[in-house]
Design a binder for this molecule. Sequence first.
Ligand SMILES: Nc1ncnc2c1ncn2[C@@H]1O[C@H](COP(=O)(O)OP(=O)(O)OP(=O)(O)O)[C@@H](O)[C@H]1O
Length: 419
Amino acid sequence: MLLTNTSAELLSVLRAQFPAQPPKRLGIAVSGGGDSVALLHLASQCFANEDVELFAATVDHGLRPEAADEAQWVARLAADLGVSHETLNWRGWDGNGNLQDHARRARYALLTEWAHRHQIVTLALAHTADDQAETLLMRLGRAAGVSGLAAMPSRRMQDGVVLVRPLLGVTREALRSYLRSENLAWFEDPSNADTRYERIRVRKVLDSLRPLGLDARVLTEVAGNMSRAREALDWYTFLAAKDLALIDAGDVLLDLRGFRTLPEEIARRLLLHVVCWIGGGRYPPRRVAVAEAMSALRHERSAQLGGCLILNQGRQARICREYKAVEDMRAQMGELWDGRWVLSGAVLPEAEIRPLGPQGLEQCPNWRDTGRPHASLQATPAIWQGESLIAAPLAGESRGWSARLESGEEDFYASLLSH
Ligand SMILES: Nc1ncnc2c1ncn2[C@@H]1O[C@H](COP(=O)(O)OP(=O)(O)OP(=O)(O)O)[C@@H](O)[C@H]1O
């Protein structure tokens, strides 16, 4: 990693983060702060003689009166650099919940939507080595494991857009020197001085860690080491999944003898992957709950985790959706049910998709032929018209209907490698 501050070196660091054939349309998220103003300027220099069209966007969250003027200032800077710019307005704050979290989600949603509108496949963010070091320290404070300590990835997909962070190897100070040497102005976000925010408190602590050698450069390197370790763990979890896990109509069957011989970390990752694939949880389950489920699997007990049931069946465990978690889920015909099932069949008035449940299952005399247990079948999708069961395609009552997973078996294995 190069942590440098000469313009030529910065330009070459930036260029090295993109492939030989860079994206033809590159989006840049510019808040107006020093880091993203530097990224915009650097990118305009870096790709000046290449077939790359730059686009910039600024999100005005409508939370500070100055934000509109700042966005206009970014628009002028972009115009001077020959880059098209758009301001994206968010006015969705209803006063409830965590403002930072809502604003962040809204920002990413607006930016990816904007990228789609302009056929921009790659969107660059200006996170620096200092941001990376702060993220790592915050995660240390939460006793994170390897994945958490890998901190921010240099690229990831969100809503079909590739988000890249080409300045993760560059310090904030290096960018400030660049801005000064190019006579560029920027806005200082007032929240950068607000010690109510954990990140700002961590930033202050980092200052006092520097004499110990714990600076942004070293901590970013640690994050890089962790990221490689995580990749290796993902690979071995993938191999373990191929070896020990089978998909059965949306459930996963785990070979327990093999599972118990896996190193603890690989076994835990495999279990979490299965539970997230079935339960679709946006957040991973709590650590205590995971530890309990792991212990159950080792000691031939059944357990519940992340909206799934882990049924111990002797040589194997069946992991299926938990009825309680889907009890109230309803979808109209043609919509996804439980975020993963697609049902097809005749169009019926006032029909809807609901879980089969215990009452529905009583109306499926052939359910045993499926080879799947009661607990699993209850949580499968069924077609209902009011209180009448029309079809239960996964419980032996297809009656012209079929159910398939939106992301099937391929996705179960492949998504282990897609971080
Ligand atoms: N209002 C904004 N408009 C456009 N881009 C923004 C805006 N705020 C942040 N960004 C982009 O995101 C980068 C990181 O900024 P910041 O650390 O404030 O964002 P974040 O989204 O909270 O980061 P994280 O992904 O770590 O939560 C900026 O350098 C910039 O590229």
